[in-house]
Write a protein that binds this ligand. Structure first.
Ligand code: 6PG
Length: 310
């Protein structure tokens, strides 16, 4: 059973749901019940994909290729690549973009950098995502300084959120950032997120009123359960308007959250509030990048273990 599931994930890794279904169909004769369980648990949402990796190195390799492909398509179609970053392991996992061939082949002059969330600290503070992004990525690739839209760290957090939304509105007007056809939200070419062990994405935490915002593009919080408390964050309308969203999960402490975010079994009144479940692109594509540890509850479930409640 375990082998079937791993095989299933490897097919997912190749990026084709149809092939995954074909693989599952091939298993049917061998284990009809197992196949039903897998397909029921991982019924694909429209335009979503799960990629699972044995090692951080494999994930980094695939993430670099994925980002490179999305950037090439965006530059070809729109003339720009507007990408929003976040915290956690992302910057380290983007490390291969700073190496050959990408450092030479990508059209870096068309890249525009944003943050889906940021901690309200000075840019030189150890907690700043800007600082870690600068050190781990921006200083190693030829992205133009004028294309890096970091948060204003000289004002109060609420003003920083207002400023950031204003800046994005100007860029949407001139279409450096695209616009959604179904609402007036910005349509980022790619938003990269990582999931926390409580299921938060960006700085959208479980049970927080910020989860419900419909009209704001950027908001602020002053009570983050994960320090530091003050942050700004994109809202779900903006996240879900993106052309592409990738959610990265690494480590066993994310296993429950990943399971509840992805599995259909987590529906119903007892289902926990997992912000990552609210990542549902309206017109775009969603890809989950999972390491073995963060996917271990998905695997366990298909090994015949009972679904563990959060
Ligand atoms: O301040 C935060 O919001 C967290 O640090 C946040 O970034 C999250 O927990 C990571 O995305 C998961 O990161 P790890 O995989 O490193 O735990």
């Amino acid at each position: 059973m375990h082998t079937s599931f791993v095989r299933f994930c490897r097919v997912f890794q190749k990026g084709r749901w149809e092939r995954a279904v074909a693989g599952a169909n091939a298993n049917r004769r061998a284990n009809r019940t197992m196949e039903r369980e897998i397909v029921a648990s991982y019924e694909p949402k429209r335009n979503s994909e799960i990629r699972m990796f044995e090692s951080s190195d494999e994930m980094a390799t695939d993430l670099a290729e994925y980002i490179s492909q999305v950037s090439e398509i965006s530059v070809k179609e729109r003339g720009y690549f507007a990408i929003a970053l976040s915290g956690g392991p992302l910057i380290s996992l983007m490390r291969k973009l700073c190496e050959a061939p990408y450092n030479k082949t990508l059209d870096w002059s068309k890249w525009y950098i944003f943050w889906a969330d940021e901690r309200a600290v000075a840019k030189n503070h150890v907690d700043s995502y800007y600082k870690s992004t600068k050190e781990g990525f921006l200083s190693k690739v030829p992205i133009l300084n004028g294309h890096v839209y970091s948060i204003n760290d000289n004002v109060m957090v609420e003003d920083a959120a207002t400023d950031y939304e204003f800046v994005i509105r100007q860029l949407v007007k001139i279409r450096t950032v695209g616009v959604s056809e179904s609402n007036d939200c910005p349509k980022f070419d790619l938003i990269l997120l990582s999931i926390g062990s409580d299921g938060h994405v960006a700085s959208l935490f479980p049970n927080h009123p910020a989860l419900e915002l419909k009209d704001d593009w950027v908001t602020y919080i002053t009570d983050s359960p994960v320090p530091p408390p003050e942050r700004i964050t994109f809202t779900f309308p903006v996240i879900n308007s993106a052309s592409n969203i990738a959610v990265v999960a690494t480590g066993e402490d994310k296993a429950k959250a990943v399971d509840f975010a992805i599995s259909d079994g987590a529906e119903g009144p007892d289902a926990p509030s997992i912000p990552a479940r609210m990542v549902k692109p309206t017109d775009g594509k969603l890809v989950w990048f999972l390491d073995k540890a963060s996917a271990s509850f998905l695997e366990a479930k298909n090994d015949g273990y009972e679904h563990t409640k959060y």
